[in-house]
Design a binder for this molecule. Structure first.
Ligand SMILES: *[C@@H]1O[C@H](CO)[C@@H](O)[C@H](O)[C@H]1NC(C)=O
Ligand SMILES: *[C@@H]1O[C@H](CO)[C@@H](O)[C@H](O)[C@H]1NC(C)=O
Ligand SMILES: *[C@@H]1O[C@H](CO)[C@@H](O)[C@H](O)[C@H]1NC(C)=O
Length: 474
């Protein structure tokens, strides 16, 4: 009996193992605030050598959407739910706000762990940290190196008066004076080298600090762009190069480390570029933080040496932030909860088939008083789409620094994004039936929205923890 049992154990284990090892290694890379016009494949003045090469050889995404700002985007792709279903639809998580992605949502790394993956995260979290239960190590990541908040100094890891840098749950001090991108890249390469790709699939979530403000970059990257007159744009463009170098180093480590045969790389921005902080979305309309295409339609690509049957082209099918969870899970051989807002786009990415969706919600934010939905080629925007809603060519952004919204809170606008991707022509008065049908759809989505989290900041959080941003106050 004992012998049979141990024989069965061996058989079962080896089946599980064979299966686990055949699942692809997945590297999900997210750049912060990288605008439409901030990548080499849209703008030849940007030096994104490695990123452009992989985009070109993989599948370049030309209709890929995120939320207008960081926390809602991150919540969407890690949970598979729209922010109006998680309470994150209004703005970002401020450092001293007791605001978070609620813990009843199962995150992507937790599902991947069930499939046998090792799961590691490096970089920016921004989904709340007022309680340990909301932080990366407690939400499915085997390891985490990075920061909990939305932005910080690239060298000192200070956010306001607080220090924000961790290795797992512990406060961490990176080599003094080291640019964070180098620290993160070295960390990712260590993980790649320490992990055995033959026995266990790896999920790496690389949430770059680049190219979010503050505009900081080692001088030699900035020097590559001495011809750029605007100082912010010059630093920003150098920051893209730093990230590109990191991408090059990480992909080399994956190649040398034996991951190449069974690897999927996804690269995307988390929202549009911020024109007051060096970014650019030209020719798209609007800025980071707006519901216009410039705030939400993001550059990205997928790449795999072996898993995609159609590569080397630009994919125009619709994909939204919420789809990354079920898509990545499907690539890993898993199945997601069908109540989720996201749908798997794995077949579309793998074989170039049609998108699994024909519509999506840009956002519903009743505090800001605006919402937008896309159905097929049509986009309805209700209320003001957000401040800085014009068109901003590179190096002319400063004229628009204080630009406020030109549309009123009571406006309803309709655009045909196939004919007019830059949203110049409001056609709502010509197509009242389409307006009304999109309004009905939006009203249906609105029915079961969660109350937006918008708590007051907690005072003196930093005082209680020696000026380190630390969980434990909600
Ligand atoms: C990508 O989208 C832009 C804007 O809608 C369009 O001008 C361009 O032709 C598209 N690229 C491809 C290759 O389809
Ligand atoms: C999480 O809880 C909220 C209520 O607090 C509920 O509306 C939502 O449906 C729950 N979501 C999931 C995925 O369990
Ligand atoms: C990439 O690797 C090169 C060569 O080792 C190194 O000089 C550079 O600092 C690395 N870049 C990053 C961003 O890690």
């Amino acid at each position: 009996m004992e012998q049979i049992r141990s024989f069965l154990t061996i058989v079962v284990c080896s089946i599980v193992h064979t299966h686990a090892a055949s699942r692809p290694h997945i590297v999900f890379m997210v750049s912060d605030d990288l605008g439409w016009n901030d990548v080499g494949w849209h703008n030849s003045h940007i030096g994104s050598y490695y990123l452009s090469k992989f985009a070109h050889e993989g599948v370049t995404l030309n209709n890929s959407y995120m939320q207008p700002v960081c926390s809602p985007s991150r919540g969407s792709y890690l949970s598979g739910y729209y922010p109006f279903h998680t309470g994150l639809q209004h703005g970002i998580v401020q450092d001293s706000q007791p605001k978070y992605l609620p813990s009843n949502f199962t995150l992507l790394p937790e599902k991947l762990k069930e499939l046998g993956y090792a799961t590691h995260m490096v970089g920016k979290w921004h989904l709340g940290f007022c309680n340990w239960q909301y932080t990366p190590n407690h939400r499915g990541f085997d390891s985490f190196m990075g920061y909990y908040g939305g932005a910080e100094d690239y060298y000192t890891h200070q956010s306001g008066r607080g220090y924000d840098f961790r290795l797992n749950d512990a406060i961490h001090h990176a080599p003094a004076g080291e640019y964070s991108t180098v620290t993160y890249t070295n960390r990712v390469i260590d993980i790649i080298h320490q992990h055995d790709p033959q026995t266990q699939p790896l999920f790496l979530y690389v949430a770059y600090q680049n190219v979010h403000s503050p505009l900081q970059v080692p001088q030699h990257y900035e020097d590559l762009h001495s011809h750029i007159p605007n100082a912010d744009r010059r630093s920003f463009t150098g920051m893209v190069n730093a990230m590109d170098d990191s991408f090059g180093n990480i992909t080399t480590a994956l190649k040398n480390g034996g991951y190449w045969d069974n690897l999927l790389i996804i690269f995307t921005s988390d929202n549009g570029g911020s024109i007051t902080e060096g970014g650019n979305n030209w020719p798209l309309r609007g800025n980071k933080g707006t519901l216009w295409e410039g705030g939400t339609r993001v550059p990205g690509f997928v790449y795999s040496p072996s898993l995609l049957s159609k590569t080397g082209y630009t994919n125009s099918e619709m994909i939204h932030a919420v789809d990354w969870f079920p898509t990545i899970l499907a690539a890993a051989g898993g199945i997601s909860d069908n109540r989720m807002d996201g749908v798997s786009q794995w077949s579309m990415l793998q074989h170039g088939t049609q998108s699994a969706r024909t519509e999506f919600v840009y956002n519903i934010d009743d505090i800001s008083g605006h919402a937008a939905i896309r159905v097929g080629d049509y986009k309805l925007v209700t209320g003001s789409g957000g401040a800085r809603d014009g068109w901003y060519p590179v190096n002319h952004w400063h004229q628009h620094q204080h630009h406020s919204s030109t549309t009123s809170a009571s406006s309803t606008q309709l655009y045909n994004l196939r004919d007019d991707p830059t949203e110049h022509h409001d056609i709502s008065s010509q197509y009242p039936d389409i307006v009304s049908s999109l309004q009905t759809k939006l009203a249906n989505y609105r029915k079961n929205q969660m109350v937006p989290q918008n708590p007051d900041s907690v005072q003196h959080v930093l005082h209680s923890y020696n000026n380190v941003w630390t969980p434990g106050w909600c």
